[in-house]
Design a protein around this ligand. Structure first.
Ligand code: TXA
Ligand code: MG
Length: 304
């Protein structure tokens, strides 16, 4: 039986020895290895079955720990000061210290300081940052509990640090700070509007070729089919048709309660698979605030 524990000192010692662990954060669970351990990071890619060209986020205790790995531009410093620790990943130019294995050979690195207390205690105890992609197989639904990690990757990780249910439930907001204006690469709980309100910085939509795997069209997908609806009535009508065809459907709808929607989205998609549902009928939330991030994940889960 794989060890699920709240003992962050033990988890840090496993990482120190080159282990790979399930790591709780406020967004989703990560699959963590220490930033300077090539073999352990190789295992992270292997366990996730993730292409080596998809770079990893470096999770640090604080901004002081970031200078060794990335060069924080003035804009990046403003964002870090305002929103770290929190659900924000900042893309900056890399230093020569960081390995190509982490950056996918790019000239940038993604940095994040998570807010989850146990994650912070772990990184502080370890003394160096960890890399942590979401702890799911590539393209699939991210985990929001230690049990999700156990079910998906339990045989392959060395330990799972149990920090309870992730409060937010969808991945961090990614902001590219490598050009003059910050660009939104992945929407999350920290919205562009809120960034502007707090810092005065205007965040533009991402331009150019996809730079983030989260921007791939098909991602975050359960085994079952995902269909999207603008309101509950059309979802109910579709559910009847699904049943008439002899299949099993389940409606996911939290109305305008986007906080609950984000918190339960991945749990609900996983439950559909556990219950042998053929099609998840998801009602899209309003297109603002956290609703933007949920719509983004749903559109990708439904495509392909
Ligand atoms: O909330 C989160 O960010 C979670 C938790 C565990 O912290 N982590 C997470 O990691 O979502 P991951 O690997 O599943 O998603 C990170 C995204 C990927 O789409 C990756 O391609 C992108 O960030 N990324 C990382 N480094 C990058 C870089 N240098 N340039 C462009 N995109 C990058
Ligand atoms: Mg992911």
């Amino acid at each position: 039986m794989k060890q699920i524990t709240t003992d962050f000192v033990l988890a840090a010692s496993v990482l120190r020895d080159g282990g790979v662990i399930g790591l709780p954060t406020e967004t989703v669970y990560g699959l963590a290895a220490r930033v300077d351990h090539e073999t352990a990071i190789g295992r992270v890619f292997a366990i996730k079955q993730r292409p080596l060209s998809h770079p990893l986020i470096v999770h640090a205790y604080g901004v002081e720990q970031c200078d060794e790995w990335g060069v924080l531009s003035p804009i990046a410093q403003v964002l870090a000061q305002a929103f770290w620790p929190g659900p924000l990943t900042i893309l900056v130019h890399r230093t020569s210290q960081i390995s190509d294995q982490i950056t996918g050979g790019r000239d940038t690195v993604a940095l994040r300081v998570p807010e989850h207390a146990l994650a912070r205690q772990l990184i502080q105890e370890l003394g160096v940052p960890v890399v942590a992609p979401s702890a799911n197989r590539f393209g699939r639904v991210s985990p929001t509990t230690a049990q999700h990690v156990l079910r998906d990757l339990g045989d392959e990780v060395d330990l799972i640090l149990d920090g309870g249910v992730c409060t937010i439930g969808v991945e961090s907001t990614i902001i590219d700070c490598t050009s003059d204006t910050p660009q939104l690469l992945r929407p999350g709980a920290l919205t562009a509007t809120h960034i502007t309100q707090v810092t005065g910085l205007v965040v533009s939509p991402a331009t150019g070729p996809s730079r983030s795997a989260g921007m791939l069209e098909h991602h975050y997908a359960p085994q079952c089919r995902v269909e999207l609806f603008e309101n509950n009535e059309t979802a109910q009508a579709a559910l009847l048709r699904v049943r008439e065809s002899g299949q099993r459907g389940s409606i996911i709808d939290y109305g305008s309660d986007v906080v609950t929607y984000a918190h339960l989205l991945y749990h609900d998609l996983r439950e559909c698979d556990n219950d042998g549902i053929d099609v998840a009928l998801c009602v899209l939330p309003p297109h603002d605030g956290l609703g933007t991030a949920i719509r983004d994940r749903l559109l990708k889960a439904a495509s392909g």
